[in-house]
Design a protein around this ligand. Structure first.
Ligand SMILES: [Zn+2]
Length: 175
């Protein structure tokens, strides 16, 4: 029984590593696709990169741009797949990292000779997020000074008012 469990665990670990390495090896850099367009034309390829810009809706389908740091490419995918992407990279966001498997075209007949990938399968590898806005130190200092002077004005105003009403009350009594 123990040998059986051992064999099963070994098989699990081996298949896990095989899947991981196979996936990594299958991913093509977008720049390699562009450089070897004729070789990859009509082939099933897998690219992985950040969804950038915005979705261009085309009825039941959509265009999404993927940038893997080496280059960018237009992906033609179902609008359902496009909706699964939560964030697109721009100056305020880090886009979702997606893995796209589909047929690469150097001269897509369906899209007026575009270089594109028609997506068969999309996986979200990593969800994007909103970038933390870095506030310059001068802005923080200015805000603190403004807050400080506003507080001082408020305190002075209320102290003065309290003093004034006490004075008024005393004047009223003395009258
Ligand atoms: Zn196309």
């Amino acid at each position: 029984m123990r040998t059986l469990i051992k064999a099963f665990l070994t098989a699990c670990i081996v298949s896990f590593f095989f899947t991981v390495t196979a996936n990594a090896a299958d991913t093509v850099k977008i720049n390699d696709l562009i450089n070897k367009m004729t070789y990859y034309n009509g082939r099933l390829v897998t690219v992985e990169g950040e969804a950038v810009g915005e979705t261009l809706e085309r009825g039941e389908y959509a265009w999404v741009n993927i940038n893997d740091g080496s280059n960018a490419i237009g992906i033609w995918l179902t609008s359902g797949d496009a909706e699964r992407i939560s964030y697109f990279g721009d100056y305020k966001h880090i886009g979702d990292t997606v893995r796209i498997t589909g047929v690469f075209s150097e001269n897509c007949s369906e899209h007026g000779g575009d270089v594109d990938i028609h997506c068969d399968r999309m996986d979200i590898v990593c969800k994007g997020y909103v970038k933390n806005e870095v506030i310059p130190r001068t802005k923080i200092i200015a805000a603190l000074i403004l807050f400080g002077s506003a507080s001082t004005v408020t305190v002075v105003y209320f102290t003065h008012r309290r003093f004034q009403s006490k004075l008024d009350a005393r004047n009223y009594i003395s009258k």
